[in-house]
Every structure is written in structure tokens, then in C-alpha cells.
Design a binder for this molecule. Structure first.
Ligand code: O2Y
Ligand code: MN
Length: 586
């Protein structure tokens, strides 16, 4: 009698016709064998074994260098269940589209069956997935990013309690590239890409899109959030989860070296990208990091912006699409050193300045989380860490103050639902345009976001000790275009204010959008920042915010009647408060 897993593997093999099937156990020995095979086939090259031991470079097909949202689909029976922010196909159409691409796609190739656990091995909140793939690079990456191998297989046993994900390179053809999610049967099919979020199915596909669907029906939350612990001088650690859209420094914040370390404030990393949050027996919201590694963007990462990750990636790391020096060391723009001699660019060609960036702007490192000096002693706690603050944020040059606290859980959900970030030169299209990205989940919510807001609204009252909800903006600029706030390690000052609010120690001033730090309540000692700059950082302009409230009302129209009434009424209440301020100022 075959187990459900064996049946699915047999069925997938009938469809894709591999020459060979390899069941992965996740062992060191197996990993060494896979890495040797990848080197033999020229898919990875070993970096300098003295300065970067057991590190490798993978160069991807230039047509396959980032997640592709345009080919990412949520396949639900009813279109409305996927909602207006997702690409949709019916499950039957989704399968009909991809099945012919999967058919015989592994002929002459090896099929790898990689079982993995998302979350700490012995946590009741962890979940199991199995990725079938014909890419050893994917297996090697999944081994870093998840707990891959025997422990996952043991957890599955004879059960059907796993999320199946079938991935095939299928010629890495952008014309035949699809990332299909079937949340009703908790299934993932991905073809035509071997890169990152498209191919490492445990990450965005399972840990966010499928998990967000599961979380709603099971009463928990799967969020695009970092998790950090802020240690105070007494040694007490307060945990916070934060959601920012891409290019807002989530990994850097999660791994920050605190500017207040001499005062006893330190930041510990639990996770840099995804948080699964359950209501614990003690009535707190408890978060686990479903991942086991960091898949961070390399350009801009250096000893100033993220010293912890720079230390982490000195060994046992897979680099993708970075440049390498003549000494076979990785290099990228913004690493903090000039282009070294003999630089080879991400395409494998000798680099010269007129060729543009040597590393691809979306080049990455894949590194085990435990290698970071900042990793929290509690990052694998089975019960997770208790979350006292949820932080939303975005990149707003003029509008949002450095930090504000929401008025209530419901208002905090509204703050998250109205998140937006201005586009940068790193994104395509016009620069400086606010892009709506509620809770940073637009690309990752596996169902209708109006229902997702409803789920958030319903979670709050169920949490006995709900976290406070804040909003931050590190990116406010002055009239000459200069950033007002130094950012990076200095952001700990804002985290400290939040901690002081949680502990009832810091004063705040009420504004129409929420509570900002009262004069003197932000710890600014040792920082060269003038009073007018601090005032400007905290300024709330009622006219600008009224325009913002109108823009968000327009955005919410896409959800029609499905938008929860509470979200609509929060926007109305904000507009009323802004109106009263404007009238009072006249
Ligand atoms: O382009 C990709 O496949 C990577 S995208 C990514 C990687 C790590 C963490 N977050 C993200 C994201 O897009 O949010
Ligand atoms: Mn992310």
C-alpha cells in the first residue's frame, strides 16, 4: 500500500517522466554530493576556500532573475475568493495551462523529492511541505531556507498532512513560466523558472500564499514580517514583528547593530521575512519564523548597513548573480569597497564600468539564519516568541512621520491596510509614485484581501494581550531631498520609544493619524540632530493626509462591498479628525 506521499510522487513521475527519482534526506553527505554535482555541471562555482569557505556562486539565466508576479496565479473555484489584487484562474484552467508544460519535462533528468519543515522542528505551529523538483540548486537552497530532510519525512509518516509543491525547470522559458497556487487543495505547481520566490516553493508560495489561506481558516496569521527582540538594560527582551514593502530595509532592521548598545539596548534576530503568529495559551500573540535561512538582496549590503549578515555570509553561503573578483570573492555594488581587479560580472563576463552594475540588482545570498551573530537564543522556541508590537512601514518622502502609534487594534488594522510605499529607481516604472501594499502582502496574500482585512479585524479581540500597532517611515526627506533620519542602527531609538510606550513610560502627542512621540520622549542623545529636524520628522500635515485619505478610499473601491465596514469607517473617522484640525487651524 502506498502512502499519500508515495502516491503523489508516483503521479508526478508519471506526468514528468524523470529518468531517476532521488528522495532527499537533508544529510551533510547528500548535500556535499549535490554541490559536487552542481559544480561538475558548471551550475555553481566554488568561491575562495580560504576567505569564503564552502561558499558558492550560481549564475542564473538572464531571463530568470526575480519573482514574476505577472505569471503568479491564485487558482480558486470562485474568482472573488482570489480577489482583485491577485491574478486568477480556475483550478481546472490553471492545471490545463501548466500540465502540458509539466508533461515529460523531466525526461533525461533526475526528480528530487525534498520534504521540509517550515518552523522549528518540534513546534506545534510548524507545517510540513514536500517539494518535487528537477533542480539540485533548488534542493541545496531549500536545505538552507527550511529544515529539509529526514525529520520532515518522519513528521509526515503515512499521513497526507503536507503541502505538495511540484516544480520543473521545463527549459527555463519565460513564455512557459507559471507559478500556480491551488489553495483549496493546498497544492503548488511551478514551471519555467529556477529562481528564488518562483522556485523555492517553501518561501513565498507555501509560507505566505498557501499559509495565509490556512491561517484564516485555522485562526492564525501568516504575515510578511520580520521578527526581532529588543533587549533592554535589565536583560528583558521585547519582541516586535514588522511589515515593510520591498526595498525598505526589512533584513537590515531585523539584524541591526543598535546605536544604543552602550546604554544596554540590543537587537536580536528571530526572522527577516515571514512570521507565523498564533494566539498562545498565555493570551499573547506568539510568532515563529517558518524559515531557516535568509535569502537577502546583496546590493547595498555592507559593514555599515548590515554588519551581522556580512559576518554570517563568510561561510556556507550560496550567492546568486553577484559579481566575483579575481580572487574569487563575491562583490556587489554598495559592498563598501571599490570594484576589485579582475572583476567578473553576474553574467560571467569581464566587467568594465560602462557595462553597468557588475552584480544583478536582485542578486542574493542564501545563508543559514543560525550563522548571524545577532540570532536570538529563542529563534527556535517551539511556542514562538510573544509579540508586543506590530510595526507597519513604508517609504514616504513627505507624508508619514518617523513613527506613530495607532489608536486601537482596529485603527492599527486600518493603518496596515493603507500602507503604501513610493517606488525607487530599483523598481521599474516611474520613481516616487506611492504603490498601495496593505501589510506588504499584495504579492503574497493567497485570497481576497478584503477577507484578509476582516481576518485581521477578527483576530484582535481574540488576543488577551494584543500587541500595540505602530507605523514608521525612515525615509522622510527635507526640501532639498536629503534624508532627515540617519536610519540603520539609529532606528533602535524608535524601537526604544515603542518599548517605552508598551511599558507605559513614554509620553505621546495625539494627532489626527495617531500618537507621535511627545517632545523629549525619543532618546536622541549622542545623535547630531537639531530640534527643527526632529519636529519636521514628526510633522503631520492635515492637507497632505486628507489627500492621502482620498487616495486610499479610491484604492479601497476595488474591493467593492467585500471591504469590511470597519475599514471604511476608520477612513471616515480619519477624514473627520483631519477636517477638525484644518478648521481649528483657520
Ligand atoms: O526575486 C525573488 O525571488 C526574491 S523576492 C524576496 C526574497 C526574499 C525576501 N523577500 C522577497 C520579497 O519579494 O518580498
Ligand atoms: Mn519578502
Amino acid at each position: 500500500m502506498s502512502t499519500p506521499l508515495e502516491k503523489w510522487v508516483e503521479e508526478s513521475a508519471r506526468l514528468t517522466q524523470p529518468d531517476k527519482i532521488v528522495w532527499c534526506d537533508g544529510s551533510e553527505e547528500e548535500n556535499s554530493r549535490f554541490l559536487a554535482g552542481l559544480m561538475h555541471d558548471g551550475i555553481i562555482t566554488e568561491l575562495n576556500e580560504t576567505t569564503y569557505p564552502r561558499c558558492y556562486l550560481n549564475r542564473r539565466n538572464p531571463n530568470d532573475v526575480a519573482r514574476t508576479e505577472s505569471v503568479t496565479f491564485i487558482c480558486t473555484s470562485k474568482k472573488d475568493d482570489a480577489g482583485p489584487t491577485n491574478n486568477w484562474m480556475s483550478p481546472a484552467d490553471g492545471k490545463a495551462r501548466v500540465r502540458p508544460i509539466l508533461e515529460d519535462s523531466m525526461k533525461g533528468r533526475t526528480m528530487f523529492v525534498a520534504p521540509y519543515i517550515l518552523g522549528p522542528q518540534n513546534s506545534p505551529y510548524s507545517r510540513v511541505g514536500v517539494e518535487i523538483t528537477d533542480s539540485r540548486y533548488v534542493v541545496a537552497s531549500m536545505r538552507i531556507m527550511s529544515r529539509m530532510g529526514k525529520a520532515a519525512m518522519d513528521r509526515i509518516g503515512n499521513s497526507d498532512n503536507f503541502v505538495p509543491g511540484l516544480h520543473a525547470l521545463a527549459g527555463v522559458n519565460p513564455e512557459r513560466r507559471f507559478v500556480m497556487h491551488f489553495p483549496e487543495e493546498k497544492l503548488i505547481w511551478s514551471v519555467g523558472s529556477g529562481y528564488g520566490g518562483n522556485a523555492l516553493l517553501g518561501k513565498k508560495c507555501f509560507a505566505l500564499r498557501i499559509a495565509s489561506w490556512m491561517a484564516r481558516s485555522e485562526g492564525w496569521m501568516a504575515e510578511h514580517m520580520l521578527i526581532l527582540g529588543l533587549e533592554d538594560p535589565s536583560g528583558k527582551v521585547t519582541y516586535m514583528a514588522a511589515a515593510f514593502p520591498s526595498a525598505c530595509g526589512k533584513t537590515n532592521l531585523a539584524m541591526m547593530v543598535s546605536a544604543l548598545e552602550s546604554q544596554g539596548y540590543r537587537v536580536w534576530t528571530v526572522g527577516d521575512d515571514i512570521a507565523w503568529m498564533h494566539i498562545g495559551a498565555d493570551g499573547t500573540l506568539r510568532a515563529i519564523n517558518p524559515e531557516n535561512g535568509f535569502f537577502g538582496v546583496a546590493p547595498g549590503t555592507n559593514a555599515q548597513t548590515n554588519p551581522n549578515v556580512m559576518a554570517a555570509l563568510r561561510h556556507d553561503t550560496i550567492f546568486t548573480n553577484v559579481a566575483i573578483s579575481g580572487a574569487r570573492e563575491p562583490w556587489w555594488e554598495g559592498i563598501g569597497t571599490p570594484p576589485p581587479p579582475g572583476l567578473i560580472d553576474w553574467k560571467g563576463e569581464p566587467w568594465s564600468p560602462e557595462k553597468g552594475p557588475a552584480a544583478h540588482p536582485n542578486s542574493r545570498y542564501t545563508v543559514p539564519a543560525r550563522q548571524s551573530p545577532s540570532i536570538s537564543a529563542h529563534w527556535e522556541d517551539p511556542e514562538g516568541v510573544p509579540i508586543s508590537a506590530i510595526i507597519f512601514g513604508g517609504r514616504r518622502e513627505r507624508l508619514a512621520p518617523l513613527v506613530y502609534e495607532s489608536r486601537s487594534w482596529q485603527h492599527g488594522v486600518f493603518v496596515g491596510a493603507t500602507m503604501a510605499s513610493e517606488t525607487t529607481a530599483a523598481t521599474t516604472g516611474a520613481v516616487g509614485v506611492p504603490r498601495r501594499d496593505p501589510m506588504a502582502m499584495i504579492p503574497f496574500c493567497g485570497y481576497n484581501m478584503a477577507d484578509y482585512f476582516q481576518h485581521w479585524l477578527e483576530m484582535g479581540p481574540k488576543i488577551k494581550h494584543p500587541p500595540k500597532i505602530f507605523h514608521v517611515n525612515w525615509f522622510r526627506k527635507d526640501a532639498s531631498g536629503k534624508f532627515l533620519w540617519p536610519g540603520y542602527g539609529e532606528n533602535v531609538r524608535v524601537l526604544k520609544w515603542m518599548l517605552d510606550r508598551i511599558e507605559g513610560r513614554a509620553a505621546a502627542t495625539e494627532t489626527p493619524i495617531g500618537f507621535v512621540p511627545a517632545p523629549g520622549s525619543l532618546t536622541l542623545d549622542g545623535l547630531a540632530i537639531s530640534r527643527p529636524v526632529v519636529d519636521e520628522l514628526q510633522r503631520v500635515d492635515a492637507h497632505d493626509w486628507s489627500a492621502e485619505a482620498e487616495a486610499t478610499a479610491k484604492f479601497f473601491e476595488i474591493f467593492g462591498d467585500r471591504l469590511p465596514a470597519e475599514i471604511r469607517s476608520e477612513n471616515k473617522a480619519l477624514q473627520d479628525r483631519l477636517h477638525r484640525t484644518t478648521v481649528a487651524a483657520k
